[in-house]
Write a protein that binds this ligand. Sequence first.
Ligand code: BTN
Length: 319
Amino acid sequence: MLYSFESLNSTSDFLKENFKNYNEFDIISTKIQPKGRGRQGSTWFSEKGMALFTFYFNLPSHIKVDDITKIPIITAISIINTLKNMENLQFKIKWSNDIYLNEKKLGGILVEQIENKIFIGIGLNVNNSIPEEIKNIAISLKNVTNNNYNLENLINSIVNNFKDTFFNFCKNKHVWRDLLTEINKINYLKDKNITLNIGNELIEGIAKNIDINGNLEILYNGKIVSFSSGEVLKKRFIINFDSQKFTTNDIIDLKNKGFDLIIILFISAHISQKEINIFDDFCKEHYLKNEKIFLNNSENINTYLQSLCKKYNAQLHTL
Ligand code: BTN
């Protein structure tokens, strides 16, 4: 059963405190969520129009610890299979807990365990528009399709899909292999240059498949090593589009190598509308994050580039 609230600080916190009043797979959803939580202690900005919900279930007694760690990706594939029934888009799983679309984050999953209970909190950008400050990294379904979606139907379908998928996974060992094949077909990080933050160490390498244990394989120092957890940071570069050093092919090449690029166009008096259109079309065609900056004659491009590096936590790329 779905319980809809106008406002809850956090659906996950609410259900964790009140689960005794609800049944397994009951859904707590809210329109707004002033204290939404993301993974690793981050804040989850919750706008009206998002699907924001949490449900819980008791772990089957026979389930192994190794299987519990697979729950985030089983949730991710259940979300994607539900979305696929609605829209034929290239949804991707970014190991281990994110849903991506057109190179941007569409949603996130927060899995928390208290004793034998698993709480799954999901936040998806559906009918909401994305605030300007994060337009480069986040996307909503409506942004792409211009459609409005019935959030209650979507949320119910996701939870039903998860329930079926998870019960099949628990019943039959072979189900995991099939799921893994499906998951690896839409593995967003595959072949991308990434940095994995594993607490006290940063592992730089090339992401490969998600392995049989649900861990991420990374080609690291010439060997494939699997990592069970960690925060994935794609190496991010700022590129000055106007720079004589770059051709569009260089940029596409860097993108194909899996770097996270932010392309900057400085707009001064000498630039024509045609050049601006070329920039817009190029970024749109290749799903490149970008920013246009209007310059006065006196302003220094290098100072700007340095501040953009800080803003995006990126390095300036100079070929
Ligand atoms: C992440 O990407 O870091 C996970 C985000 C999870 C957000 C959802 S929104 C509903 C539920 N309630 C919360 O406070 N968080 C989760």
